[in-house]
Design a protein around this ligand. Structure first.
Ligand SMILES: [Zn+2]
Length: 328
């Protein structure tokens, strides 16, 4: 978590900025969507950066009807869906322009398609994201954990390019481009943990307790069987006011999201009572942080206290004061 380079400092003269890096159109609506809607509503500038066009996504909504016939038609449709989702969340969105790798299935797994995002060498794949960071100048970035959160090659690659851009965008000697934007070092990098087992289990048990059919039964069993290690949660954002916007953004991805499916199976009352948060893990920080985000044993998230509650904690300029900096 140590960076020789200090964070590019926020100033009171300009808004805070949040950049969320995602693999495919729709990932922004299922991971951290309500958090983005909340910050956008509070005046933070929020930019979703989508690495690929989602060209190899299947139609996952059984009500959608026949699939578009070409990858180009699918990509066009997904661009329209993405625009509607961004509007629902009140955020801006940009494409990096890489091609979806698809989710390889079978045993043995088939080779990845030529030219896809997952096969692009790291420096080439990270370059447009570095440039996007230098142009947008986010104070906070979000991405996936090293496992991708889900074993899709594009999600793992999204993690890799995000970590690379967080590390390199502030360094004037790396990714030098003629006419490129000035270096910018974001203050913090978070991993999304919207599907933690703690959440799945809590909601699952509350559904059963209320006499409802839980959509998470198989999930609880299969995760337990695969023994996926749980990542640490440092940060919990209260998003109760923005769950409607999250749902609207999900519905906007009509090819991917079944309006009667899994994502909408939990009644809102129950969700508000049991899990009105979105969770994150602070992975890298160039500013001083407190509580569970600092990784102190006595303020560990498991002991029940001191989650960080603001992605911009330590980064909000105090009026009339110099921003806190940590010179490592
Ligand atoms: Zn995805």
């Amino acid at each position: 978590m140590e960076h020789a380079q200090p964070a590019s400092a926020p100033s009171t003269a300009e808004p805070l900025r949040l950049m969320a890096v995602h693999a495919h159109p729709d990932d922004e609506s299922s991971k951290g969507a309500a958090t983005m809607a909340r910050y956008a509503a509070e005046g933070v500038e929020v930019l979703v950066v989508t690495c690929t066009g989602g060209e190899r996504g299947d139609i996952l909504n059984p009500r959608f009807g026949p699939a578009p016939e070409t990858p180009e038609a699918m990509a066009a449709l997904r661009r329209e869906e993405m625009a509607a989702a961004a509007a629902a969340l009140g955020v801006r969105q940009e494409w990096l322009g890489f091609v979806d790798s698809g989710l390889p299935e079978g045993d043995p797994l088939p080779p990845l398609p030529e030219g896809c995002f997952a096969l692009v060498p790291l420096e080439t794949a990270a370059a447009p994201l570095v440039e996007a960071v230098r142009r947008f100048r986010p104070h906070v970035m979000t991405t996936y954990d090293p496992s991708g959160g889900y074993p899709h090659p594009d999600h793992i690659k999204t993690h890799e390019v995000s970590v690379e851009a967080f590390a390199a965008a502030g360094d004037p000697e790396r990714y030098v481009v003629d006419g490129g934007a000035e270096p910018w070092a974001p203050g913090k990098l978070y991993y999304n943990h919207g599907f933690s087992m703690a959440r799945i289990r809590s909601v699952h048990e509350a559904m059963l307790g209320a006499g409802l059919e839980s959509p998470f039964g198989e999930w609880v069993e299969s995760r337990a069987a695969r023994e996926i290690p749980e990542r640490e949660v440092t940060t919990r954002i209260d998003v109760r006011e923005h769950l409607d916007q999250r749902d609207a953004a999900l519905r906007a991805h009509a090819t991917q999201i079944d309006p009667d499916g899994f994502f909408f199976a939990v009644p809102r009352d129950l969700e508000l009572e049991v899990w009105p948060w979105e969770e994150y893990e602070l992975a890298e920080s160039r500013v001083e942080v407190a509580g569970a985000a600092r990784g102190d044993a006595d303020t560990d998230a498991d002991s029940g206290a001191e989650y960080e509650t603001d992605l911009f904690a330590g980064l909000r300029p105090e009026v009339g004061a110099e921003p806190v900096r940590q010179d490592a």
